[in-house]
Ligand binder design. Structure first.
Ligand code: UDP
Length: 326
């Protein structure tokens, strides 16, 4: 089959491209390299079944006939979507619409990557797909949260009104090789800090929780969802929940680092807890994650040791430095 993957230079998109090529498909990768990195596709330069389109999906484009569409393009780390707030809102609205139109034109099956951020700072714990969330619509995270919530509404509208064969995955925190070293995410920061022997930065008192899914488990869940008939959202994440302090301790243990912990202010609207209820994925897809955090961290260390380097674009953008970052 011919598949298109938007966000193919990103962390998850590039892993999805590899999985689809591994399954024998032809893949068209699409990315405008705003937060993605061509290095994530460099190993495919001689792959005849892979084609790359340097394309911003907020402008209409036509990849030709396709059977499968994976819409994975968006700034996704809190640092990146804070730096590119308007781009994030546009890619989740106009961009998603353009990609849905491709699926409609070619009667392709369409999977959209949504997020646990749709639940905001959740008052229900763990979060099941039936929870409507607790989102600040105007706070600093709103550019991401509301773009993803709008995208879910748009995908459901294309399902209902345009009969597009859609899927929605709500992705919980995922990590692994090809994370950007400077994306500001907790696993990226902690691994880089531990390996560099500098202090691990704990935001707030470290009692907030997250649940970390290794990338191969995440991709497996998404592929199973694509093969299923389920059109309502499905959580894909690892239900093993850690406080951020426990996460820091796990990173120190696995790296053998002597780094200390340093406490920094908690970012505004930082969710206090996050843990997926994956009953739906278990029942419908026969899926559950296989990789414990310690194992996933071990598999990720070589990337941070040998490959990952801070990227110049991944920094906050304010009115004062917008020209430099644009
Ligand atoms: N965090 C932290 N230190 C860091 C980076 C993040 O304590 O260096 C915290 C952050 O405040 C949040 C959690 O770790 O509570 C996860 O942050 P991340 O940016 O990875 O993603 P989020 O789940 O908030 O979207």
């Amino acid at each position: 089959m011919r598949a298109v993957v938007t966000g193919s230079a990103g962390f998850l998109g590039s892993h999805m491209v590899d999985a689809l090529l591994g399954d024998g498909h032809h893949v068209i990768g699409v990315d405008n390299l705003l937060t993605g990195n061509p290095r994530n596709m460099a190993h495919l330069s001689n792959e005849p079944r892979f084609q790359f389109l340097n394309q911003d999906i907020t402008s209409p484009f036509d990849p030709g006939q396709v059977d499968l569409v994976f819409n994975m393009a968006s700034p996704a780390s809190p640092v990146d979507y804070a730096a590119y707030g308007i781009e994030t809102l546009m890619v989740g609205s106009i961009g998603v619409r353009n990609v849905l139109d491709i699926a409609k034109k070619y009667s392709a099956r369409f999977l959209h990557c949504s997020t646990s951020e749709c639940y905001g700072d959740p008052l229900e714990h763990p979060q099941s797909e039936t929870y409507w969330g607790n989102v600040n619509p105007i706070g600093p995270r709103s550019v991401y949260d509301e773009s993803k919530r709008f995208a879910e509404a748009l995908v459901m509208a294309y399902y209902r009104y345009e009969r597009v064969d859609t899927r929605l995955v709500r992705i919980f925190n995922t990590y692994g090789p090809r994370l950007q070293a400077s994306d500001g995410r907790v696993i990226s920061n902690f691994l880089r800090q531990a390996l560099d022997g500098v202090d691990l930065t704990i935001y707030g008192d470290g009692s907030q929780t997250r649940s970390f899914c290794y990338v191969s488990d995440q991709i497996d869940g998404q592929l199973r969802l694509m093969q299923s008939d389920e059109y309502t959202p499905v959580n894909i994440g690892n239900p093993e929940e850690f406080t951020i302090l426990e996460c820091a301790e796990a990173v120190l243990a696995i790296t053998g680092s002597k780094s200390k912990l340093v406490f920094k202010p908690l970012p505004e609207d930082d969710p206090k807890q996050r843990c997926p209820d994956i009953s739906k994925a278990r029942t419908l897809l026969g899926w559950e994650p296989k990789t414990p955090l310690s194992e996933g961290l071990r598999l990720t260390i070589p990337w941070f040791k040998e490959v990952a380097e801070p990227q110049p674009h991944a920094k906050g953008r304010s009115k004062d430095d917008s020209e430099e970052a644009a």
